[in-house]
Design a protein around this ligand. Structure first.
Ligand code: PLP
Length: 421
């Protein structure tokens, strides 16, 4: 309550924006992930990895637009590419050269992607990948992970939670290779696809073991189900994504977030024979329309982002910076003897308030939820902007000094809140 009071007192303009928005939008917002009580902070401006809210407070942006903001808020080459594209005319209702260029860049990098198509979002990329798997196999059922997240209509906490997607589902537990193998074989020729994040992103930055991913690979190969890796968030973990790091190659991959330099984006791709279900040269193929699929600003920004800026060396450097950060943060927790840990891989780091190793989704206690909330508000008070759930996703402008500032802020949190930890 005290943290909420201080927060509210410092943000009259954000409070007013929320109050007005609530009149016309349920909860005053259109992105559930940005909602929290008493009201979300409204940002006015960003530059590099800095943000300023409408009340004039400055933040170190460690949220990086939930991984989509990889290039920061003012990367000149991206801004120039978008301006240049727009000066040639806003969307032309035609195919364009940049689309094929960006497709080539992606196909050249991801081992599983022989052919690719674009969408407006990661959610759509997953829906289209599932459609492709169903058309290719002639089967209908999809296996997902309890606690997996694949977009706005593809949230899979447990089979008991409301599922707002009208497709037949089977569930299995994350990081349990034996159960996964058993469940996939039991579904046999009913199963069209297995959809999995190689690290749970929204689920708290919980990496899959290589053994688990390999079990999914082996079992789907046996039954003929299409294995889809959702790398919408994790593709940043190397030039060829997390699949390349693990050496486990799925049949299809879905992409999104940062790849168009921060413009709206999604993509799905995979084996040539699976993607052929969309080949308009052949009769009876699946339709995949979408007014903004190849919009000129996303395609132009994507070519620069993937072709000129985020190369293999940049991906490795970012990964190493994130690993060092996570190590330092866990050092703070360990030295304090706090029931607190930071999970993740590379540039994606999530706080958890429990001591035992975390290998999959878990039901957080009320005490853990309260600590997570306190952590978020304490970080905001110290000028550090994170996801409400405690995730940081480093962007390229973030420096080692910025990381050190986060570590110092967490040290301060641990010192101030010691009795609660
Ligand atoms: N898949 C994963 C793993 C995600 O984390 C997200 C978004 O957070 C999505 C899919 C959905 O992407 P979008 O928000 O662009 O629809």
């Amino acid at each position: 309550a005290e943290a909420h009071e201080a927060y509210t007192a410092a943000r009259p303009k954000s409070a007013a924006i929320h109050a007005r928005a609530r009149e016309v939008m349920p909860g005053g917002n259109t992105r559930s992930v940005l909602f929290y009580t008493p009201f979300p902070t409204a940002m006015a401006r960003g530059e590099g990895c800095r943000l300023w809210d409408v009340d004039g407070r400055e933040y170190l942006d460690l949220l990086g637009e939930y991984t989509a903001g990889l290039f920061g808020h003012s990367e000149k080459r991206i801004l120039d590419a978008v301006r240049d594209a727009l000066e040639r005319g806003i969307n032309l209702a035609s195919v364009g050269e940049k689309e094929g260029q960006l497709a080539s860049l992606i196909v050249g990098r991801f081992p599983s992607v022989e052919m690719v198509r674009f969408t407006n979002s990661g959610t759509e990329a997953n829906l289209l990948a599932l459609a492709a798997a169903r058309a290719f196999t002639g089967r209908v059922k999809t296996m997902v992970m309890r606690g997996g997240y694949h977009g706005g209509v593809l949230t899979f906490a447990t089979e008991k939670s409301p599922v707002n997607v009208p497709i037949p589902l089977a569930f299995t537990d994350y990081n349990d290779p034996e159960a996964a193998r058993r469940n996939i074989l039991a579904e046999g020729d009913q199963l069209a696809a297995v959809l999995v994040e190689p690290m749970l992103g929204s689920g708290g930055c919980i990496p899959a073991t290589r053994e688990f991913l390999q079990a999914l690979r082996d079992a789907t190969r046996q039954t003929g189900a299409v294995l889809i890796f959702d790398e919408v968030m994790t593709s940043r973990h190397s030039a060829g994504g997390l699949q390349a790091r693990h050496g486990v190659i799925p049949d299809m991959t879905t992409l999104g977030k940062y790849m168009a330099g921060g413009m709206s984006f999604g993509a799905f791709g995979g084996r040539r024979e699976v993607m052929a279900v969309f080949d308009g040269h052949k009769p009876g193929t699946l339709a995949h329309a979408g007014t903004f699929n190849n919009n000129v600003w996303s395609m132009a920004a994507g070519c620069v982002a993937m072709g000129e800026i985020f190369d293999a060396a940049a991906a490795e450097a970012l990964y190493a910076r994130g690993e060092a950060l996570r190590l330092a943060l866990n050092g703070v927790a360990r030295r304090a003897g706090a029931a607190m840990q930071f999970t993740g891989l590379g540039s994606m780091v999530n706080v958890h308030f429990r001591a035992e190793p975390i290998t999959g989704p878990y039901a957080a206690t009320e005490a853990e939820n309260k600590l997570r909330e306190l952590f978020f508000f304490d970080m905001l008070a110290q000028g550090i902007y994170l996801a409400r759930r405690g995730m940081a996703a480093l962007s390229l402008p973030v420096t080692d000094a910025d990381c050190a500032r986060y570590v110092a802020a967490v040290e301060e949190f641990v010192a101030a809140r010691k009795p609660l930890l």
